[in-house]
Design a protein around this ligand. Structure first.
Ligand code: WQD
Length: 325
């Protein structure tokens, strides 16, 4: 029973490969547009290519006798999706459609899809459940919601057990070598400012939250990976599974709280944050209800915020050996 993991050479994908490869054989497909082959453990086969390449997909599924797919490959920058919506629809929606067509033709029985809290848009609730209305605000979020619909419909039509996992705010690293190369989210963006000798920027402190800054559900990437292993096991045990689940800690942390911990962990306490205007499109609070994933997969997050930031910092220092620490 081999699992194909698309995007397995990327930040999140390589953590999933690391977790899954112990339990069953895996093969990775990655176009290396942002992924790096050195992220993969020795012995894991890597096929370099795109999910848009149907003949390549057919070959990989046949050559490796793939029976399950974890689809993580995709474009995930919210701001870029606004500037290049059709690029996002091509990569994230056409790519997924092509992969689902190949999976159905090859009789693949299990399909795990990397979705996102971005499908919710601006939920005005204390805890976001899977039944909270999905009103995405960006083409990125739209492509993830459309992806969930395609996965669910294909699962019903072609007899695949499916799960769409809605990642909340992912941070941290299981090891320094697997740290996030991107600088598109709060934690690495603050690292970048601090190591340039500049104060972190807080995008707005007039939100209706306890300290006025936005609240998010930060979850360790190692927990994201363990949730994928739990989901893969469930799809193997339950051929009729058709799940959509939040992955988070179920607890919120504000931007101000995160920045305080980052200053403490990095030692840059002499660079207190400066507050600027709100960033358009930012909801005040997006925190996951995690009852469903606990019930369906018997899973809960195990890492706390400080561990996320400490591990992310180790990765940053490894990739930037010249930084002032
Ligand atoms: C978090 C908070 C910013 C940088 C992303 C994407 C997507 C999804 C969820 C997977 C916001 C504030 C940030 C800075 C700041 N995950 N901020 N100063 O926008 O919650 O959503 O994660 O698909 O990746 O939708 O994440 O890290 O960009 O911002 O004040 O220098 O930090 O305003 O409130 P976001 P983020």
């Amino acid at each position: 029973m081999t699992w194909l993991i698309t995007g397995g050479a990327g930040y999140i994908g390589s953590h999933v490969v690391r977790e899954m490869t112990g339990a069953q054989p895996v093969v990775v497909l990655d176009d290396l547009s942002t992924g790096r082959a050195e992220r993969l453990p020795a012995g894991v086969p890597l096929v370099v290519g795109s999910v848009l390449d149907r003949p390549l997909l057919d070959r990989v599924l046949a050559d490796h006798s793939v029976t399950g797919i974890v689809h993580i490959a995709g474009k995930k920058q919210v701001a870029e999706s606004v500037e290049r919506p059709l690029h996002y629809y091509r990569e994230n929606v056409d790519g997924l459609r092509t992969l689902l067509e190949a999976a159905a033709a090859a009789g693949v029985g299990r399909f795990l899809f990397s979705s996102s809290a971005a499908v919710y848009g601006m939920p005005d609730v204390d805890l976001v459940t899977e039944d909270t209305p999905c009103l995405p605000l960006s083409p990125y979020g739209e492509t993830k919601l459309a992806g969930e619909w395609m996965v669910a419909a294909a699962g019903k039509a072609y007899g695949m057990a499916t799960a769409s996992l809605r990642y909340f705010n992912v941070a941290g690293a299981a090891s320094a070598e697997l740290g996030d190369d991107g600088v598109f989210n709060l934690v690495p963006m603050v690292f970048e400012r601090l190591t340039a000798g500049e104060p972190p920027r807080v995008f707005g402190d007039d939100y209706p939250t306890p300290d006025g800054t936005c609240v998010r559900d930060y979850v360790h990437v190692a927990d994201i990976a363990s949730a994928h292993v739990a989901a893969a096991h469930r799809l193997t045990e339950d051929p009729s599974a058709a799940l959509v689940l939040n992955i988070g800690r179920g607890e919120g942390a504000s931007v101000a709280e995160m920045v305080d911990i980052i200053l403490d962990v990095t030692g840059h306490t002499g660079l207190p944050p400066v507050t600027g205007p709100r960033r358009p499109g930012d909801p005040a609070r997006v925190v996951a209800a995690v009852d469903a994933i606990g019930k369906e997969l018997d899973w809960s997050a195990r890492h706390d915020i400080r561990t996320m930031i400490e591990s992310a910092w180790e990765g940053w220092r490894l990739r930037h050996p010249d930084v002032r620490t």
